[in-house]
Design a protein around this ligand. Structure first.
Ligand SMILES: *Cc1c(COP(=O)(O)O)cnc(C)c1O
Length: 388
């Protein structure tokens, strides 16, 4: 049997995979089982932010791998401390909890919000408001947080205590807040899986005002938008807000599994000894890689991300067959006249790998993609979207 056949046979069929097996890569170029090269415009869903096998990252990871691969959280270990310090210095957040994925980070945020509200306001204030069309993960609780019925239906009952409101609708937000006893409001600054939909400044300001006035925690899910993806270190930095909790994962590890919950002043001491944990959380190898990644996301580097973003938007906005381009930085959604799946297929045939988000073609290239590769990829995408 081929890899594709064995995959179908032995791996739970939860993924609709593209008909391509990726075997290797370098930077923004990946290579399939036949040696065909592609320009990667998906980065393993916003994970490989310095592309495939980036030398600096590989060397940081390899050094740690041959020194100490795991300690458990029963002992002190330097890499996770370094990463936490770096994240706090760069964001102004106060403390960090490490896990292994986006869903696990969001679980940690939700537990923290419940404990905070229970201690401050009593047992009735446990609800968490999230947005329709959001995506927060695949566990039973983060599915409940995810405001899309399509993900819920087969798994009811989900964890109790989530209410939903429409993104960018301030009236509905205020009404939903007034009708519920809330512990927190949780949102993505750009809804990724929901179709690359950015929140408006007005809407985020309204959330900020409500959270401050009512002592409701503001949780920003930066699993996809974080780590330079939107052209700022974290997406919330576009909006002039100071969240109480920030979760992140995907790009943080540059290709190794890691998730983080960052706590602000109000929440930094909510989780106490024995109230939360994770065996692999803060794994030295993942953290050593992440230290390398985060330390390279400098102001100058992010300016270059924004320059590339402007180039893509300028090229695609008025292109033949494009209805709209949404998103921030190198997290962009293209609404096309053609079916998005069809556009992606044509791109793949021509050596470019974009991905999908709802009905849009989604671009999440490595943040350090070269101008040369970017120009080539956009040329292919422009041809693919064209209605002939
Ligand atoms: C991908 C994603 C998650 C889930 O992350 P996993 O690592 O797959 O658990 C949660 N929130 C957002 C915004 C995401 O994009």
């Amino acid at each position: 049997m081929s890899v594709k056949e064995k995959d179908k046979y032995y791996i739970a069929n939860t993924y609709g995979r593209f008909p391509i097996e990726i075997v290797s890569g370098k930077g923004s170029t990946v290579v399939d089982e036949n040696g065909k090269e592609y320009i990667d415009m998906g980065s393993g869903i916003a994970v490989n932010i310095f592309g495939m096998c980036d030398e600096e990252w590989v060397s940081a990871v390899a050094k740690q791998l041959t020194t100490c691969q795991h300690t458990s959280n029963l002992y002190y270990s330097e890499p996770c401390v370094k990463l936490a310090e770096l994240l706090c210095e760069k964001t102004g957040m106060k403390k960090v909890f490490f896990g292994n994925s986006g869903a696990e980070a969001n679980e940690g945020a939700i537990k923290t919000a419940r404990k905070y509200a229970f201690e401050k306001k009593g047992k009735d204030y446990y609800k968490i408001l999230t947005l329709n069309n959001s995506f927060h993960g695949r566990t039973i609780t983060t599915l409940a947080a995810t405001g899309q019925d399509a993900f819920h239906n087969d798994f009811l009952p989900l964890t109790d205590g989530f209410v939903y409101t429409d993104a960018n609708d301030i009236e509905m937000l205020k009404k939903t807040v007034a009708e519920n006893k809330l512990a927190a409001i949780m949102f993505e600054t750009v809804q990724g899986e929901g179709g690359v939909v950015p929140l408006t400044n007005e809407f985020v300001s309204a959330i900020k005002e409500i959270c401050e006035k009512e002592d409701i925690l503001m949780i920003v899910d930066e699993v996809q938008t974080g780590n330079g993806r939107t052209g700022k270190l974290y997406g919330y930095m576009h909006y002039g807000i100071t969240p109480d909790i920030v979760t992140t994962a995907k790009g943080l590890g540059g290709g190794l599994p890691i998730g983080a919950v960052m706590f602000g002043e109000k929440t930094k001491d909510v989780l106490t000894s024995g109230t939360h944990g994770s065996t692999f959380g803060g794994n030295p190898i993942a953290c050593a890689g992440a230290v390398n990644i985060v330390s390279r996301l400098t102001y100058g580097f992010l300016e270059d991300v924004n320059r590339k973003s402007k180039y893509i938007i300028k090229e695609l906005e008025n292109a033949d067959g494009v209805k709209s381009v949404t998103g921030l930085g190198l997290m962009l959604g293209i609404e096309t006249e053609k079916d998005a799946g069809e556009v992606i297929k044509i791109c793949q045939e021509n050596g470019v790998l974009p991905i999908k988000a709802k009905n849009k073609v989604r671009l999440l290239p490595p943040l350090n993609i070269s101008d040369d590769e970017l120009i080539k990829a956009i040329r292919v995408i422009k041809k693919a979207v064209k209605v002939d």
